[in-house]
Design a protein around this ligand. Structure first.
Ligand SMILES: [Zn+2]
Length: 419
């Protein structure tokens, strides 16, 4: 099991790195474009670089410029970027929960709690600080940063980590990868840029790509439960974040094995737009249908949304739908139930601690909708008790009432409650 553990370790490191791109641009708006090339540069002059200890800076810098040379050779593109060394303190101050206003923290908490991804005692604040405190290296505003306490230039994978970040620089300098700013589109974008960056790390480290792909934890079958649920390690949230590194890496690495960097560059120039396309490369040309929750739909649960603020309005996509189900049900069953996804729209409103969500999901055909409906009912019966047409959540979760209706190949779910 040695190799399995190692893979997880590497993925964890990349997970932390990968979080930085979207997080650093706008930490609490997953719909925001993380196209870093478009960000204004506001160079901070007070970067807290401590006095050089044991030649750390020299070591890091020597390693960095060696990796730059090798990456340029492998890739045929030259990443032109300086290296900055910062401390964990600096990163946490800049992007930790203390840098985020209370209202935005509540919005984040409502998102996870209303969709029953986490139990009622989950703290979004704690989760954020954990993520930010774990940053090892990242690319942001035309510089590569390494975090002194987390990045050891003497460690075996230090070069691979830098090669990964340098590929992000190449993406920024030579490609302009865009996405539609939806949750789904952002995940698909993440899969492409992180998959490509992981590939570079592997090539730099001289790893065998086909063997690495085999080790990637992205196959869903009934013997494996990649989604570990909402327990105390927040396995399901990690699984969501892992998506770019697991499924994205598999997607990119397979293209590379077939057609080398020519095939990868074609994907970077014309990237998939949905997580469905990443999950099922054979659906590469299948788009999605526009779905919209509109004002006529609001009465399904709450007639009066006065003083409620819209905090989320987005397309969640097939991968999220699968995570939503598999947080409470088995993975292969959930995966199959989510597979018929053809489009969706989630809207969440909040007033103080109260929230309402509306989620309209369209499926390819009625059979697919039926399959999802069965899974949804099974899930609701597990996490809530049914009275009349309403499900009331059990005590693990926030106090919430949920109901749904079925219209042909469309399923409309709504819930209201309090965090
Ligand atoms: Zn990355």
């Amino acid at each position: 099991m040695k190799s399995g553990k190692y893979t997880i370790l590497v993925l964890l490191i990349f997970l932390i790195i990968g979080l930085t791109a979207p997080l650093l641009s706008t930490p609490f708006n997953p719909n925001f474009s993380s196209d870093l090339s478009k960000k204004p540069t506001n160079e901070t002059t007070n970067v807290a670089v401590e006095k050089e200890e044991n030649g750390y800076d020299t070591k890091a810098s020597d390693l960095f410029y060696g990796v730059v040379r090798k990456v340029s050779e492998i890739r045929g593109y030259e990443p032109d970027v300086p290296l900055k060394i910062v401390t964990r303190d600096w990163v946490v101050k800049k992007w930790g929960s203390s840098s985020i206003d209370e209202e935005s923290l509540k919005d984040g908490e409502v998102f996870y709690k209303s969709l029953l991804l986490v139990p009622s005692d989950f703290s979004f604040k704690v989760r954020k600080n954990k993520e930010v405190g774990g940053f090892m290296a990242f690319y942001w505003e035309n510089k590569i940063y390494v975090v002194k306490e987390n990045f050891d230039p003497d460690s075996e994978n230090a070069g691979e980590v830098l090669a990964h970040e340098l590929e992000h620089v190449i993406q920024d300098m030579y490609f302009s990868i865009k996405h539609d700013r939806s949750f789904d589109g952002d995940k698909a974008y993440g899969a492409i840029v992180e998959g490509d960056a992981v590939l570079m790390g592997w090539l730099y480290a001289g790893k065998k790509i086909d063997e690495e792909v085999k080790k990637t934890n992205s196959s869903i079958n009934c013997n494996v439960e990649p989604n570990k649920g909402y327990g105390k390690y927040e396995g399901n949230l990690n699984f969501l974040y892992f998506f770019p590194y697991t499924f994205g890496t598999k997607f990119i690495a397979k293209a590379y094995l077939k057609g080398g960097y020519k095939a990868v560059d074609e994907i970077l120039r014309n990237p998939p737009v949905t997580t469905e396309q990443i999950l099922h490369p054979e659906k590469r040309n299948e788009g999605f249908e526009e779905v919209k929750v509109d004002e006529d739909d609001y009465g399904f649960l709450m007639a009066d949304l006065k003083d409620f603020r819209l905090i989320k309005d987005t397309r969640m996509g097939e991968f999220f739908l699968y995570v939503f189900l598999s947080t409470h049900l088995t993975d292969c069953y959930s995966f199959n139930a989510a597979e018929g996804w053809a489009g969706d729209n989630l809207k969440i409103f909040r007033k103080g601690n109260e929230f309402v969500f509306y989620w309209k999901i369209l499926f390819d055909d009625e059979n697919e909708a039926t399959e999802f409906q069965e899974a949804l009912e099974r899930m609701l019966n597990k996490v809530a008790s049914k009275q009349g047409g309403l499900w009331t959540t059990k005590s693990d979760f926030v106090d919430e009432r949920i109901k749904f209706e079925r219209n042909g190949r469309e399923i409309f779910i709504a819930g209201y409650g309090k965090i």
